[in-house]
Design a binder for this molecule. Sequence first.
Ligand code: ATP
Length: 238
Amino acid sequence: MTPLLEVDNVSAAYGAVQALTDVSLRVMPGEIVTLIGANGAGKSTLLMTICGAPVPRAGRIRLAGEDITGEKTHLTMRRGVAQSPEGRRIFPRMTVYENLLMGAQALTTGDPGPQLEQVFTLFPRMKERLAQRGGTLSGGEQQMLAIGRALMSKPRLLLLDEPSLGLAPLVVRQIFGAIRQLNESTGLTVLLVEQNANQALRLAHRGYVLVNGRITMEGGGHELLARPEIRDAYLGGG
Ligand code: ATP
């Protein structure tokens, strides 16, 4: 089977700062894959590189077998890749409804209705808060909105950058539960990057570990979680 996403020996840098070195990973259709790593390991850079900026210095990125290396972000979005970025980046002065509609811009069908229903099923709170300004939502609600906005484009690959950041363990469980539900009910493919190794690896079919811009380990989610070196280095995040 062709992987939905293939990152093949990718290196990326910001000027003299080497952020990724020879990174290879793959995400099969229907999988949840988690990439864990500490602050500054290069997790966000990898997601941004998949979305076209920075352009890799070496290596190739393929979506369903098609080369998308260095492609402009809006073109990659149109192919069905959506990202919920680190720090959520919702529009604080816009309402929940307006934020969600912003995510529907890449929708090729034009009618955002079915996607809105999907977001409401997943996060009923968003339906209750449709008229509320994004900036006044709680941290957990803002995360739900950021994921909801990404889903509005009906993606085939959802990229999630540290959805658990700054949230209480109970809220993290809710959000990860929603991601699992979505994956099980629709088969949506997810690449999740996280510092919170515990819950993120429990959720994942497979995982990778990124250290200083290099992949150092890969395996099944539970298998990685059981490794002593992972427990020592990454567990403690709840
Ligand atoms: P965090 O969890 O703290 O967000 P991360 O794993 O997502 O970390 P990146 O944000 O990808 O890590 O950063 C990887 C490296 O690239 C770091 O050394 C960082 O300082 C550097 N870096 C990131 N963005 C830039 C930039 N715009 N210009 C220069 N260096 C950058």
